[in-house]
Design a protein around this ligand. Sequence first.
Ligand code: HEC
Length: 119
Amino acid sequence: MKTTHARARPLLAATAALVLSIALLSCAGKQTPRDRITDPGEMIYNGLTVSGVACYKCHNADGTGTWRGANLAERVPKLTDPAIEKAINEGPGMMPAFKGKLDAQQMAALTAWLRDRFH
Ligand code: HEC
């Protein structure tokens, strides 16, 4: 029986896929752990409140950005609060749009945290 080889191949493919996804993940932004966050806006930013909303993945926990997202420490000071909300809703350039994912209170908390963190 030649089953040994036939079985080894999917395992090899799965291992390669796992290694590749770890490599890709390591390029993504770092997340601030839940136990180090007290601000509700920072919770949202770090993907801990609303599923599908995880700003840190592209902008990094500290906002310095990654290859996927801009440096917010440079961007936020140039934006008004409504312009930040517009960016979150519409997603400029390669950023996805988050319209409808955050309620008014969550949007306000996120914007307030970004303003407070990056001025
Ligand atoms: C998939 C990656 C990605 C995610 C997730 C993401 N962004 Fe972005 N963001 C970007 C990119 C890329 C830009 C730069 C867009 C441009 O100006 O071309 C950007 C720009 C911005 C800007 C600056 C806009 C401007 O007009 O200068 C703000 C503010 C911002 N993002 C906030 C957020 C917030 C808050 C979240 C979470 C709700 C978020 N982003 C999620 C990729 C991302």
